[in-house]
Design a protein around this ligand. Structure first.
Ligand code: SF4
Length: 694
């Protein structure tokens, strides 16, 4: 039998894979026909076959520690949610979902919450990943739209990595850019750490933490001074330039002043400005290093402003480009998996609410946005949320101030967790555990960072009693009395309904449009080739805004003032170091999958903290020593790695470790829950900290 084509479940690159299963054994390779990776896989994708065993799987519904039937568990969840809503209103319940869900799962969960429960309290762990980019896109473009495509990364003459360690976090994409670099492309990295991406770049700017807006504003002022901006493009397609220019003029934008504020050498800042000025084909990539900040929206806007002012958008090899962390963060944004959008990138205006209600035949649609992730768990802690359903994610490890999240879960009257694993830090708090299908067992679609929809296809039989997430949601919805609207029998039906919603009453003003897929038959869904939305009868769309028309009412993009501010929680005498958390090359999220592959442990087998040698000497630390990492919220223990890749005054610790692997290595309980006021995204990249010998 020919290998079956699917998509890697890890990062937002969205690589295609081709797998052949025999029992639970899997032979897997990269899919040479998938446009995202053309057959390449990174270490994580290449190790997928080692993660598909059934050890540790949740295979039956559980009510507390008792095995239950699906009927029992579904009825209990439906009854407790219905009773809570009846007694306390729809705002007293919430769903916390995941970029690991497939588009069909996201669509079903969003439909239940926003159409039938009547609350917008559904938010996703993608809030922790790229919510700031979403808000920046909406402010600048009028909708959450990623303008470019992966081909642009190869066509560019200059790629600016703004807080983006692509060599580790998006390795296959980085390899594509390395190949372009061999043909003359230049790479410039803005990052407090000398990451692997920075190590091989043409220029690395080791910027002081949280000073990115100051640097990008300085760049824009310099472009204006050099006369490099495209006044013709601005006149035709951009509003707000004069206001931004006036705002810039209020601050000393000289290279020396910008360099001093950013902790950079003036010659490096000058080189950055010059490179950007002289390179029309520039792509600026931004990812979690930019987004995970209390100024994440401002960072995105400052990057976009530089591109709008130079007309470098909608053209081959030129755009600002937000890269997502998760395999289906984009699908969640599209289907309304975030508390701040309705569905199909529609907002909570009366017209859109009425349209969605008509399409669904929905009795209730919320009047405005719901609780964003950090707010949601705070509401649980305060007792305002009384029933919570967590799907395919592990907030007891991954949220900032995770100790407080655990307290919230401990006291929440009713917690449901649907997951494919039987033991996670979060499952410890579940009153009901619902077994979900894992990667390789489920069917559906994901959208990668370039808006490309690809199929995930089942390679194995469903094990035990595990079910698809969309079906679990539909069963609960049916038990709550909404069966007519949730009568799907296959993922293909869910996807088709989703595609129809994007095209429903769409006069062309809503660019998220899958009208070319509304007639998809089950066979067509099975055979669906990767395609970039918007998808019309003519096919997909690689690049947006080529005409210079944006999604704002007047069709003009907006330059929006981006104010430079310091970190939300400055360092001080008690906690003099800036703690930065993030991913490592060979692990994913909270280790539930990649932790199963022995080869992936070779890269970093234990929790570690990277410390500059000067800071280590001041704290009495030696390389390899057990080290206490302390913040105002608590302490973690990790091995010290002394390295001048860190800036003095800054430390880095990976976020992956859990109770099962190294409880004292969990870093997110230490992270302050400071958020960007507009996006709700937490500032994972800057918490005041100190280090001490153990
Ligand atoms: Fe999977 Fe991302 Fe690696 Fe591709 S780059 S194989 S999508 S983890």
């Amino acid at each position: 039998m020919a290998p079956r084509r699917s998509t890697c479940p890890y990062c937002g690159v969205g690589c295609g894979v081709a797998g052949q299963a025999s029992g639970r054994d899997l032979t897997l390779s990269g899919d040479a026909a998938h446009p995202a990776n053309l057959g390449r896989l990174c270490s994580k994708g290449g190790a997928l076959a080692a993660t598909v065993g059934l050890e540790g799987r949740l295979l039956h519904p559980m009510i507390r520690d008792r095995r239950a039937t699906w009927d029992e568990a579904t009825a209990l969840v439906a009854r407790r949610f219905s009773e809570t809503i009846a007694r306390h209103g729809p705002g007293s319940v919430a769903f916390y979902v995941s970029g690991q869900l497939l588009t069909e799962d996201y669509y079903a969960a969003n439909k239940l919450m926003k159409g039938f429960i009547g609350s917008a309290n559904i938010d996703t762990n993608s809030r922790l990943c790229m919510a700031s980019a979403v808000v920046a896109h909406k402010l600048a473009f009028g909708a959450d739209l990623v303008p470019g495509c992966y081909e642009d990364l190869e066509l560019a003459d200059l790629v600016v990595f703004a807080g983006h360690n692509a060599a580790w976090t998006h390795p296959v994409l980085f390899r594509r850019m390395e190949a372009a670099r061999a043909r003359g492309q230049r790479h410039l990295v803005i990052d407090p750490r000398r990451t692997d991406t920075a190590e091989v770049a043409d220029l690395h700017l080791p910027i002081a933490p949280q000073m990115d807006v100051r640097l990008w504003n300085g760049l824009l002022a310099d472009l204006i001074a050099r006369g490099v901006i495209d006044r013709g493009y601005i006149a035709a397609h951009v509003a707000g330039f004069a206001e931004v220019e006036a705002e810039l003029a209020r601050t000393d934008q000289s290279i020396s002043a910008v360099a001093a504020d950013c902790g950079l050498a003036a010659r490096d800042v000058e080189r950055f400005f010059q490179l950007f000025a002289e390179t029309p084909r520039t792509v600026s990539l931004f990812s979690m290093g930019s987004n995970q900040s209390a100024q994440g929206v401002a960072k995105g806007l400052a990057i976009i402003n530089a591109h709008l002012a130079t007309g470098r958008i909608g053209k081959p090899g030129a755009c600002p480009f937000s890269i997502t962390g998760q395999p289906n963060a984009m699908g969640g944004r599209e289907t309304g998996g975030m508390a701040t959008t309705l569905a199909g990138h529609m907002d909570f205006d009366d017209e859109a609410r009425a349209r969605v209600a008509r399409f669904w035949g929905a009795p209730h649609t919320p009047s405005g946005p719901g609780l964003k992730a950090v707010e949601m768990f705070e509401a649980v802690h305060e007792g305002r949320i009384k029933a919570l359903w967590i799907m395919a994610t592990n907030p007891a490890v991954s949220m900032p101030d995770a100790g407080r999240v655990r307290e919230a879960l401990e006291t929440c009257p009713f917690v449901v967790v649907s997951d494919c694993m039987e033991a996670t830090d979060t499952l410890d708090y579940a009153h009901v555990k619902l077994p979900a299908l894992a990667w390789g067992e489920k069917d559906g679609a994901v959208t990668n960072s370039e808006r490309r929809i690809s199929r995930q296809r089942a390679l194995f039989e469903a094990p035990g009693e595990a079910r698809a997430d969309w079906r679990i949601v539909a069963d609960v919805a049916t038990a709550m009395g909404f069966g007519d609207a949730f009568s799907w029998r296959a993922a293909a039906q869910v996807f088709r309904e989703w595609a129809r919603l994007t095209a429903y009453e769409n006069d062309g003003r809503r660019i998220l449009n899958l009208s070319g897929l509304v007639g998809l038959t089950p066979e067509g869904y099975e055979a669906l080739e990767p395609v970039q939305w918007p998808v019309t009868a003519a096919g997909g769309t690689a690049r947006l805004f080529a005409s210079g028309r944006f999604q704002t009412p007047d069709g003009r993009a907006r330059m929006v003032r981006a104010s430079a501010q310091g970190p939300a929680q400055p360092t001080g005498a008690a906690y003099p170091l800036a703690l930065n958390t993030g991913r490592i090359r060979d692990q994913w999220h909270t280790l539930t999958r990649t932790g199963l592959a022995p080869d992936l442990w070779r890269h970093a087998p234990e929790p570690f903290v990277e410390v500059h040698p000067a800071d280590a000497a001041a704290a009495g630390l030696t390389d390899g020593a057990l080290t206490r990492v302390q913040t105002a919220r608590g302490e973690a223990v990790a091995l010290a790695r002394l390295t001048d890749r860190q800036r003095p005054g800054a430390i880095f610790m990976p976020m992956h470790w859990t109770a099962a692997y190294a409880p004292s290595g969990r870093v997110n309980p230490l992270v302050a829950p400071s958020i960007d006021a507009r996006s709700g995204q937490p500032e994972f990249k800057h918490t005041p900290a100190r280090v001490r010998p153990y």
